[in-house]
Design a protein around this ligand. Structure first.
Ligand SMILES: [Fe+2]
Ligand SMILES: [Fe+2]
Length: 270
């Protein structure tokens, strides 16, 4: 997908704002911008890219708040998303339909993994790798891994945790180059912060490195304008690899049930 550098910088509030952003925030902003361009190409409108730079004093929410918690739509006409009630015993598919939609980026990412013959764990990891951004955007690899940990293999959640760091480092063995877009927009001198580098160094030597790496491989290609993908091809893979609690997500007393409930009831005050 083509990025108009000028429009991207303007969308973040101008060159002065962009200069003040740390490189990690810039990289996050680019990913959100691409995700929005993709959704816009399919007729959806989001403007959450501004949530990833430091919030101006007049802001009413932090930029890192998830999409469910912030007004959406054109700048001069933002509205809180209207959310459908969830069923009594919500499944992962219910969350996709009622809280993660349109989810084009993760669906495209999982489709690429499916078409290139990757393992079911990698396909599901691609499908889930960014969904936590509806709850919170800051450090989404770590939050996303934690949220799904009770329901998937250790390997799968591990891969989601480390994809956030790995995308900044090339691996020619799988044809993953440092994203051209990052060079063009942030310049050649970008250095990820120490905690990201440390996570990469750790992951690089780990036995599950390739699972996390393959998420980044599919991530890169998952911003195809106008390509809408359905969840249908993934229903069986979810059935085999995601331990759906019989009480419903949010009501199973798992360590992360509250995270699912927070997305179910984002308007509850306490
Ligand atoms: Fe991501
Ligand atoms: Fe992604």
């Amino acid at each position: 997908m083509e990025v108009d550098r000028r429009a991207f910088i303007a969308s973040l509030g101008g060159a002065a704002v962009v200069d003040a952003m740390c490189p990690e925030a810039k990289a996050e902003a680019l990913e959100h911008h691409l995700s929005d361009l993709l959704d816009a190409s399919l007729g959806y409108t989001h403007h959450h890219e501004e949530q990833v730079v430091a919030a101006p004093p007049e802001a009413t929410v932090r930029r890192g708040a998830g999409s469910l918690f912030t007004p959406q739509g054109p700048q001069d006409d933002r509205k809180m998303p209207v959310l459908a009630p969830m069923p009594d015993k919500p499944t992962l598919v219910d969350f996709f339909n009622l809280r993660f939609a349109p989810a084009n980026h993760v669906l495209q990412s999982a489709t690429r993994a499916l078409k290139t013959g990757m393992s079911e764990e990698v396909i599901l990891a691609c499908l889930l790798h960014d969904v936590v951004q509806n709850l919170i955007k800051v450090d989404h690899g770590w939050w996303g891994a934690q949220m799904i940990e009770p329901y998937v293999s250790e390997k799968l959640s591990w891969a989601i945790r480390y994809h956030q760091a790995l995308r900044f480092y090339p691996d020619s063995s799988v044809g993953y180059e440092y994203p051209e877009l990052y060079v063009r927009i942030y310049g050649k001198d970008y250095v990820p912060p120490p905690y990201i580098k440390a996570a990469y160094e750790f992951a690089k030597k780990h036995k599950w490195y390739m699972e996390a790496r393959l998420i980044t491989v599919n991530d890169l290609y998952a911003f195809e304008p106008g390509v809408q993908v359905s969840l249908d091809p993934f229903i069986d893979i979810i059935g085999r690899n995601f331990k759906q609690p019989k009480e419903g997500l949010g009501f199973d007393n798992s360590k992360t049930a509250h995270m699912w409930r927070t997305m179910m009831y984002p308007d509850n005050p306490l």
